[in-house]
Design a protein around this ligand. Structure first.
Ligand code: CMP
Length: 225
């Protein structure tokens, strides 16, 4: 049964039955409710997690207590590998954003898996490279864009991933949670609220229960609150 679950994880998907069998002996399954803090930044780390179903947010706190979301990870992805590899404390906090099923691998077992399978080691390096690229892009945005341009960029991404295009507008079929946006672009909830209200007053967007309509979304880049 667990072998079947392990195959769902990207980095294990190409392993033989025999190799999966070996990994099955090391891992344990864990079910966690929504909103549970799995670990905190600066704690020692002794296990890594593979998401079978659900989602996890990786985030930091600023000195002022504001949150910055580094990544939202979904089914098939992993986290918690960094402190196992470099022996340093956890680099960030992790919290479930929905009910989530994991498989958990302890440090020594993880290191054994890496020694036994160069294919897995390469896949982990590949995923970590993708994350460094994303972190670079985030640093670039923080250095070169002001908060309103970051918000516009966030909205453009949302339109691309979740938007449904109609003739003169795009529908985003869910609420925009101000706090989630604020944590993603490194600002306060109030700033996000003010900008969205201002766009609504100017007729650029409509904030409706459970959906948002974005008019003239091709022009979003030029919007200023
Ligand atoms: P670790 O440092 O053990 O614990 C926190 C985990 O968050 C870390 O391992 C990575 O798995 C993950 N993580 C840290 N920074 C990022 C980032 N910028 N993007 C995606 N995941 C990250």
């Amino acid at each position: 049964m667990i072998a079947f679950e392990i195959k769902k994880i990207g980095i294990f998907s190409e392993l033989t039955e025999d190799e999966i069998g070996k990994i099955s002996a090391y891992v344990r399954e864990q079910h966690v409710d929504k909103g549970v803090e799995l670990f905190h930044q600066d704690e020692p780390g002794d296990a890594m997690y593979f998401i079978l179903k659900g989602g996890v947010r990786i985030y930091l706190y600023s000195l002022a207590g504001r949150e910055l979301t580094l990544a939202v990870l979904k089914s098939g992805q992993f986290f918690g590998e960094m402190s196992l590899l470099d022996g340093m404390p956890r680099s960030a906090n992790a919290m479930t954003i929905e009910e989530t099923d994991f498989i958990v691998l302890k440090r020594n077992d993880f290191l054994n898996v890496l020694h036994a399978s160069p294919l897995i080691a390469i896949k982990i390096l590949k995923d970590m490279s993708v994350r460094v690229r994303e972190a670079d892009a985030m640093i670039e945005d923080f250095a070169l864009l002001n908060v309103y341009d970051r918000l516009i960029k966030y909205m453009e991404k949302l339109i691309k991933t979740d938007g449904r295009k109609e003739d003169y507008y795009t529908v985003i079929p869910h609420n925009i949670r101000r706090q989630d946006v604020a944590s993603a672009i490194g600002t306060t909830r109030e700033t996000v609220s003010r900008a969205l209200s201002s766009w609504q007053r100017k007729g650029y967007i409509r904030l409706l229960p459970k959906k948002v309509i974005v008019y003239r979304d091709s022009m979003l880049r030029r919007l200023k609150p």
